[in-house]
Ligand binder design. Structure first.
Ligand code: AMP
Ligand code: TRP
Length: 371
C-alpha cells in the first residue's frame, strides 16, 4: 500500500507491473498514475461566479451536489478562472465569488464532508491547463458547441483566447483530482467527453497518469424553464428577470414572479407537452414539496391556475426561507467564509500538487534543484 497526501491508501495489485514510469526515468516514482483510490467514488463539479444564482441552478445542479456528499468524496469548485473568459468587473467578480460560496454553504454543501474551494486559490489548475493545452488540438476545441454558441454572432476574432481554451481548463479541474464522476447539465457533457479524450491521449503518449472521468447528467425533467418564456431555460443571463427565480429574491418578489408567470391556454393543471408553462410550474412544485406530479394534478383537478399558483408561491417562499436565513447568518461572518475556503483550498492543493508533479514529470519538465 502506498500512502497518499489525503491519508488514503491506493489499491495494490500484486503481479501487475507499475505504470510505465521506471523506463521513463521519472522523478516521482511513488505515484501510481491512474490507479484509483479504493475509497468512495470521487465526484467533482464546478460553477461560475457570474450572474445571480437561480432556482434552476439549485434544482439542476446543487441539489444533487448536496445529496452526493453522503455517498462520495466530493470536490466542488467556484470557477473564477473560467468566469474571466468573458469580461468581468473585478470588484463584482470578487463579491460574486464570496456570494456563491455563501450560497453553496447555505444550500448544504458541508465543508466537513466535501472539499469546497475557489479555483484560483489552487494554482495547479492553471498550470495543468497549460500542459493539457499542449495535448489538446485546435480541431477538437473548434468542435465545442458552447464555444460556437458563445461566439455565434461572428465575434470569433474578438473573443478572448481563454474562451476558446476554456474546456481545457475544465479538463485540468477534473483530471487533477482523479475524478470518477462529474455531475453536470447536458450542455457540459461534451466538455467531459473532451476531458476523457485529452486524458487518454496523454496516457498513451506519456504513460498511465490520469483517471478517465464520466459525466453524470441528471434525468430530464429537471430542466427548469423561464417563468415568462417556458420555451427557454431559466438562466443567469436571461433577458427577463421576471422569469428567473433568484434564490435570494425577497418573499414578495418570489410570490409576484410565480403569480405573474405565463400560463398555457385552458385552465387544467396538468403536465403535458403542449402545456410547457404549467408543466414547468408543476415540476418546480413537485421538487420543492416532494409530492409527485400526478398527486398534484389530482389535487388541483378543476381548481384552475390561480389557486395552484398561489399555493406554489407559498411553497416557494417557505422552501427558500430557511435557506435565506442561513445565507444571511453566514454573510454576517465573512471571516468564517474566508476560513472555510482556506481549508478547502488546502485540502484541494494536497491532492492537486501531487497530480501536477506527476504530470510535469511525465512530460519531462526538469524539477528545480535537479540537474
Ligand atoms: P450555469 O448557470 O449555466 O453556469 O450552470 C450552472 C449549473 O446549473 C450547471 O450544472 C447547469 O446544468 C445547471 N443549470 C443552469 N440552468 C439550469 C436550469 N434552468 N435548469 C436546470 N439546471 C440548470
Ligand atoms: N464549465 C462548467 C459550466 O459552465 C463549469 C465547470 C468548470 C465545471 N470546471 C468544471 C463543471 C469541472 C464540472 C467540472 O457549467
Amino acid at each position: 500500500m502506498l500512502a497518499t497526501d489525503s491519508g488514503k491508501a491506493r489499491i495494490e495489485r500484486p503481479g501487475e507491473p507499475p505504470p510505465d514510469l521506471a523506463g521513463r526515468a521519472g522523478i516521482v516514482p511513488d505515484l501510481m498514475g491512474s490507479e484509483r483510490d479504493p475509497g468512495p467514488p470521487r465526484v467533482l463539479s464546478g460553477i461560475q461566479p457570474s450572474g445571480d444564482f437561480h432556482l434552476g441552478n439549485y434544482i439542476g445542479a446543487v441539489r444533487h451536489w448536496v445529496a452526493d456528499q453522503d455517498r462520495n468524496d466530493c470536490f466542488y469548485l467556484i470557477v473564477d478562472l473560467h468566469a474571466i473568459t468573458l469580461p468581468q468587473n473585478p470588484q463584482e467578480l470578487r463579491a460574486r465569488t464570496v456570494e456563491l460560496a455563501t450560497i453553496l454553504l447555505a444550500a448544504g454543501i458541508d465543508p466537513e464532508r466535501s472539499t469546497l474551494f475557489v479555483q484560483s486559490h489552487v494554482h495547479e489548475h492553471a498550470e495543468l491547463a497549460w500542459v493539457l493545452q499542449c495535448v489538446a488540438t485546435l480541431g477538437e476545441l473548434r468542435r465545442m458547441t458552447q464555444f460556437k454558441e458563445k461566439t455565434a454572432k461572428g465575434q470569433e476574432s474578438s473573443s478572448s483566447a481563454g474562451l476558446f481554451t476554456y474546456p481545457v481548463l475544465q479538463a485540468a479541474d477534473i483530471l487533477l483530482y482523479r475524478t470518477d464522476k462529474v455531475p453536470v447539465g447536458e450542455d457540459q457533457r461534451q466538455h467531459v467527453e473532451l476531458t476523457r479524450d485529452i486524458a487518454q491521449r496523454f496516457n498513451r503518449r506519456f504513460g498511465d497518469t490520469f483517471v478517465l472521468p464520466e459525466a453524470t447528467v441528471p434525468p430530464v425533467g429537471a430542466k427548469i424553464m423561464d417563468l415568462q418564456n417556458p420555451g427557454a431555460k431559466m438562466s443567469k443571463s436571461s433577458e427577463s428577470p421576471q422569469g428567473t427565480i433568484a434564490i435570494l429574491d425577497p418573499p414578495e418578489d418570489l410570490a409576484r414572479k410565480v403569480r405573474t408567470a405565463v400560463t398555457d391556454s385552458g385552465r387544467e393543471v396538468i403536465a403535458r407537452e403542449d402545456k410547457p408553462a404549467i408543466t414547468n410550474l408543476l415540476t418546480i412544485h413537485s421538487i420543492i414539496s416532494g409530492q409527485p406530479v400526478d398527486a398534484l394534478e389530482e389535487r388541483y383537478a378543476g381548481s384552475g391556475y390561480a389557486q395552484f399558483k398561489s399555493d406554489l408561491a407559498d411553497e416557494l417562499v417557505a422552501f427558500l426561507e430557511p435557506f435565506q436565513r442561513r445565507y444571511h447568518d453566514l454573510r454576517d461572518d465573512p471571516g468564517e467564509i474566508a476560513r472555510l475556503l482556506g481549508i478547502g483550498a488546502e485540502k484541494a492543493r494536497a491532492v492537486a500538487s501531487e497530480m501536477l508533479a506527476l504530470a510535469y514529470d511525465r512530460v519531462g519538465l526538469l524539477p528545480m534543484g535537479k540537474a
